[in-house]
Design a protein around this ligand. Structure first.
Ligand code: CP
Length: 368
């Protein structure tokens, strides 16, 4: 925790130092910004704004236009078909000569492997940094690590970090030719997860307008929930957030413009889809619910018990990794209505679409 706070303060401090020069160190504007930046929401907004306008990055779904999302989903459909052919023929040359660095400062299985596969399929060279293998364990800061990698002439970085706002911070500090993708930052956003979820929802339900999507569980700590809410609302879906009141963000109705409930069975009655979220023990200091058994009986889906009032056609998603027996039991997870494995498969196709889109202006002659 100490290290996380250190990184966060370091990021914040460096960003502010840069702006001081043009604001004037003691100016009232500078003081106002300093105060605003002590609020998490202010930090997110500021970090997003720092992205140079000429470069294509993927930091959030909140700021991604609906036309771009539609194009990415359509291209992921194309890549899903392409990935059905035998693997020796799956390699494109779209990103030949490009190098992507995957900077995973926090653990990942699905996102990291699917980015690596997507980079390979698109013809890019790639390197991956994992938390235990980096010099961060020797006290090197995020920015120093990125400067080291940038000096090695990479064209894009894919960043996962336990601290909210780090990808946006890097986007503000890297040269304009280095693209940045957010692969999940703290409790802020996980845009490629929401894109792959939307692609599978669209494949299962068709047009998302008016579809009722219930998101259940640890909403408070969930970057997946945030990215999904912003995205689904852009497509006119009706979103309901469900969880114990301790795991629902305050004022969620107003902030996100969604329905909020702590009664899962009621919310599920007319649901077209239910997205179950992982209980994020690593982000909890404890005391959010009495016991895992109690949580599971109220907010888990099992073949026999909780969530039984959902309709037979309601599809089930989970971003993974699943706490089996807590959010889902094995029968529901592997059942006919479950999209869990399809979500994993879609991950490679969506990330191929994102990489293609990011480099598009530079490789237009080579994009199919
Ligand atoms: N859904 C998701 O981000 O999973 P990983 O942590 O395994 O990447």
């Amino acid at each position: 925790m100490g290290k996380q706070v250190g990184v966060w303060v370091g990021c914040f401090g460096a960003g502010f130092k840069r702006r001081k020069s043009w604001l004037g160190e003691g100016s009232s504007v500078a003081k106002l910004i300093l105060r605003a930046e002590s609020l998490k929401a202010g930090i997110f907004a500021h970090l997003v704004r720092e992205t140079p306008p000429t470069r294509r990055d993927l930091l959030t779904t909140e700021h991604l236009p609906v036309e771009t999302i539609t194009r990415l989903l359509d291209r992921s459909d194309y890549f899903v078909e392409m990935l059905r052919i035998p693997s020796p023929f799956q390699k494109l040359r779209t990103l030949e000569g490009r190098t992507v660095a995957n900077l995973f400062f926090e653990n990942s299985t699905r996102t990291r492997i699917s980015f690596e596969l997507a980079e390979r399929r698109m013809g890019a060279d790639h390197v991956t940094l994992t938390p235990s293998g980096s010099s961060m364990t020797k006290g090197e800061s995020v920015l120093d690590t990125v400067r080291v990698i940038e000096a090695m002439k990479v064209d894009a970085v894919v960043v996962r970090h336990s601290v909210s706002g780090v990808p946006g911070f890097l986007a503000g500090h890297l040269p304009t030719h280095v693209h940045v993708v957010n692969a999940g930052d703290g409790a802020h956003e996980h845009p490629t997860q929401a894109l792959l979820d939307a692609a599978e929802l669209r494949a299962a339900l068709g047009d998302l307008r008016g579809k009722r999507v219930v998101i259940v569980g640890d909403i408070l700590h969930s970057r997946v929930a945030r990215s999904n809410v912003w995205l689904l609302k852009k497509f006119g879906a009706e979103v309901v957030l469900v969880g114990p009141s301790t795991l629902l963000p305050r004022h969620a109705e107003k902030v996100f413009g969604v329905e909020v409930s702590w009664k899962m069975d009621d919310a599920l009655v007319k649901a077209d889809a239910v997205m179950m979220l992982r209980i994020q023990m690593e982000r909890m200091a404890g005391g959010f619910f009495p016991s895992l058994e109690d949580y599971s009986s109220r907010y888990g889906l099992s073949a026999s018990g909780a969530g039984a009032r959902r309709s037979a056609s309601c599809v089930i998603l989970h971003p993974g990794p699943v706490n089996l027996g807590v959010e889902l039991d094995a029968e529901v997870s592997g059942g006919e209505q479950s999209l869990v494995l399809k979500q994993v498969k879609r991950g490679v196709a969506v990330r191929m679409a994102v990489l293609e889109w990011m480099f598009e202006s530079e490789t237009s002659s080579r994009v199919e």
